[in-house]
Design a protein around this ligand. Structure first.
Ligand code: ADP
Ligand code: GN1
Ligand code: MG
Length: 360
């Protein structure tokens, strides 16, 4: 990112370029994130440029976050919600050089992870994401506009997979043949989703839609969850999106970037921790239909992520950044292994869900 551009953005926020240090930060796939450090003071901020290939209308993100931020300030003033700091002229984002930027407070003494090493962390994270779901249970989610149309619409994701298959090269298709067959094989997950998606007891709610573990900040000393971040996809959706992505990213000791599928196993005690943490907040709010879908949420999200990585591979890796040519295929294999594990351990997982529901 060009130095002059960042310094221009900093000016929009009233910072003098020569009084500020900045460096790239974090491991997110989508936005460019910078840590901003004010010299001669302890103030630190996070500056992010919004990825315009992904978010065609960044103003929608700003408007959604503002609506939720105002609602939470009114109803739960003590809740830590990392909203945007306005520019000097009061805008939620700075628009400089055709790029949209957002500034937030840097949460001090915080750390984020790509994998978890203690079930208590899974409990904490599930409770924090569940808390956001709970605090927004009475918020009218229809006010939120879609920042990415059809983001977690599994039907759309499957159609995009089919399109990528039509348009890809013979060589990519050959390399990915076993994964293409798996994507087709598991399409019963989509059929099942379609069978209940319009059920009246399956409400739309304000959902985070990206509850992967790197989007949770923990206190460095106590390892308690501090707050959730990465609010770009905060919009109306189904609870399975948030609970499912927790399963996808907390259950295994290795992240989606691990190419050795022999290392991809579900840690049962982390599953129990997720369910307990989430139900601690959402247990009294979920409908009966939703409670029946707790286990399904993991299948739905892991499958969706597998076909998203696979489609991107077939499209020539234009969405998820890669550090080597086959990385999105490796990520696909990793996610399909996780999905297979999920089915293999289904009986144990069902018992845990039932136990946790009874205890709640
Ligand atoms: P992306 O959309 O690219 O995933 P994120 O908003 O998740 O971007 O930010 C990337 C990383 O930057 C996070 O995983 C976290 O480590 C760090 N980060 C983001 N916002 C903050 C914040 N307000 N305080 C501290 N760290 C943050
Ligand atoms: C992206 O922004 P980040 O890295 O938290 C993606 C998620 C995927 C995730 C997979 C807007 O999340 O949907 O689950 O990568 N976000 C977007 O790691 O596409
Ligand atoms: Mg992120």
């Amino acid at each position: 990112m060009d130095k002059q551009l960042i310094e221009q953005v900093l000016k929009e926020y009233g910072f003098q370029a020569d009084q500020v240090n900045y460096k790239p930060f974090g491991t997110g796939h989508i936005n460019s994130t910078w840590l901003i450090i004010l010299q001669n003071s302890s103030e630190q901020y996070i500056l992010q440029s919004i990825n315009r290939n992904v978010f065609k209308e960044p103003e929608i993100i700003a408007a959604n976050v503002k609506l939720v931020s105002d609602y939470l300030k009114k109803h739960n003033p003590d809740y830590l919600f990392v909203g945007a700091i306005p520019t000097r002229d009061g805008s939620e984002m700075a628009s400089v050089g055709d790029i949209y930027w957002r500034l937030t407070d840097f949460i001090k003494n915080s750390v984020s992870f790509d994998t978890l090493s203690d079930p208590d962390q899974a409990y904490e994270a599930a409770m924090q994401f569940g808390r956001l779901n709970r605090l927004l249970a009475d918020f009218d989610a229809s006010q939120l506009k879609e920042t990415i149309p059809g983001f977690h619409d599994l039907g759309l994701r499957y159609r995009q997979f089919a399109e990528s298959l039509e348009n890809t090269t013979e060589s990519l298709k050959q390399k990915a043949e076993p994964e293409i067959q798996k994507a087709k094989h598991y399409s019963f997950i989509l059929d099942y989703f379609n069978s209940f998606k319009n059920s009246s007891d399956f409400p739309n709610r304000a959902m985070h839609h990206d509850t992967k573990i790197s989007n949770m900040l923990f206190d460095k000393d106590t390892m308690k969850g501090i707050c959730v971040i990465d609010l770009d996809t905060l919009m109306s959706g189904k609870f399975i999106s948030d609970l499912g992505d927790m399963m996808r990213t907390y259950l295994c000791a290795f992240s989606e970037n691990e190419p050795d599928t022999d290392k991809i196993f579900i840690r049962i005690e982390y599953f129990e921790a997720i369910i307990k943490g989430y139900l601690h907040e959402m247990g009294s709010i979920l409908t009966e239909v939703e409670k029946d879908l707790i286990l399904f949420s993991g299948k739905y999200l892991i499958y969706m992520q597998a076909i998203r990585f696979l489609s991107d591979y077939l499209n020539g890796s234009i969405y998820y950044p890669i550090s080597y040519a086959e990385q999105n295929l490796d990520r696909t294999r990793n996610q399909f292994k996780l999905l297979a594990e999920f089915f293999e351990k289904e009986k144990i997982l069902v018992d845990i869900v039932n136990k946790c529901l009874n205890e709640n």
